[in-house]
Design a protein around this ligand. Structure first.
Ligand code: SF4
Length: 203
């Protein structure tokens, strides 16, 4: 086991390496601006998709309507959500990937293989990981790939330490309207689970 200072230095070095990444720069219409936040004590991990243009401009993850909806789902305020000592933000693609038909392009496929293991290595072992959207679920719950999004979300508690969630984009209103059990049953259980893991954070 490394001394606390060594662990802190390791996190700082990793953050600097990510910030300097240009691996798929040629495919990024606005250029690289990796957006990921983490620390060695963050026991709640949010793996989303990729920044949109607003988040690319601000450099703040989930700094948009989707983020407001996600925080409401989780029952946590902005100071908690943005405290890297408690919550790690690690999208499937760290940089804005550009547009595709019907919205933003999928996360760059180079990113998660390049960085995720290194980030996960510095996080606590007894963490809770929220897989927000189908791209994160495809990587971390590959055995459930034949299930629909609703079926994966309805398995709440069966795949721990992973929990599958829909992406909280505006389309999630359609998901919630079509699946009333999500707000009625899953969200209260999710809030309790999130609070329990945040109560365990040791700084
Ligand atoms: S998307 Fe990921 S791999 Fe590509 S430049 Fe950004 S940080 Fe690097």
């Amino acid at each position: 086991m490394s001394a606390p200072d060594e662990g802190h230095d390791h996190v700082e070095v990793l953050r600097a390496r990510i910030a300097a990444c240009t691996l798929c720069a040629e495919h990024l219409p606005l250029g690289p601006r990796p957006i990921a936040r983490f620390s060695a004590s963050a026991q709640l991990v949010i793996i989303g998709q990729a920044p949109g243009t607003k988040v690319h401009a601000s450099g703040v993850p989930w700094d948009d309507d989707s983020g407001d909806r996600l925080r409401e789902w989780l029952g946590i305020d902005k100071p908690t959500f943005y405290d890297p000592a408690q919550v790690a933000q690690m999208p499937m693609g760290f940089c804005y990937p550009g547009k595709a038909a019907g919205g933003d392009a999928p996360p760059r496929k180079e990113c998660a293989p390049q960085w995720h293991e290194a980030v996960l290595d510095v996080l606590p072992e007894n963490r809770l990981t929220l897989l927000v959207g189908v791209h994160a679920q495809a990587r971390y719950l590959p055995h459930l790939k034949r299930l629909s999004l609703a079926e994966r979300v309805s398995r709440f508690g069966e795949d721990l330490p992973f929990i599958a969630l829909p992406h909280p984009a505006w389309r999630s209103r359609l998901f919630m309207a079509g699946h009333p059990w999500f707000a009625r049953d899953i969200l209260p259980a999710l809030r309790a689970k999130v609070q329990a893991i945040l109560d365990q954070v040791i700084r």
